[in-house]
Design a protein around this ligand. Sequence first.
Ligand SMILES: Nc1ncnc2c1ncn2[C@@H]1O[C@H](COP(=O)(O)OP(=O)(O)OP(=O)(O)O)[C@@H](O)[C@H]1O
Ligand SMILES: [Mg+2]
Length: 162
Amino acid sequence: MSWEVKKILVPTDGSPKAELAVAPALEIARLKGAEIVVLSVLAAPFESSCFTGTGAAEGAQVIEELKVELAQQSADRIVKRASEAGLSARAVIRSGSPADEILKVAEQEDVDLIVMGTKGATGTRRLLGSVTMSVISHAPCPVLAVREKEYTLPLYERARRM
Ligand SMILES: Nc1ncnc2c1ncn2[C@@H]1O[C@H](COP(=O)(O)OP(=O)(O)OP(=O)(O)O)[C@@H](O)[C@H]1O
Ligand SMILES: [Mg+2]
């Protein structure tokens, strides 16, 4: 039985830990002839009360524009890598709860696979970040969660010595 993979969703928060998922995603896309959809989700806007006094509205506006620009740039960076590898890729930008938006886009785009980091910008000390945990728990398709290789080395070394 073959496993059809026509579309792969690669969510990114722009962090190096999210970037770890890109190489495996591109390699699977190459092997399966799949299209890459890169998703960057903007966090909710700052509370307007964070800004007070003259220029408060403008300050909030600038921050929002910067957030959009950063999200777009991090998605575009991955699209560029995919295009340079000869793959078909496009960026999608959403705002809201990252996990909810990843799940929604996975449904709407009818993706066959999600490839993401086990962790992201926070670099939580837990095995999985909260976004990955939620996506793995509710995704309508398989999820490949990629972590840093270094984590496996001490265990591997120990096993080898046994
Ligand atoms: N805003 C986002 N937009 C798109 N993908 C995201 C976003 N935030 C996280 N992700 C995806 O989820 C993966 C894991 O990030 P997650 O946020 O779960 O971990 P964390 O930042 O280390 O911890 P936490 O956010 O729970 O404190 C990232 O590698 C990325 O693939
Ligand atoms: Mg996070």
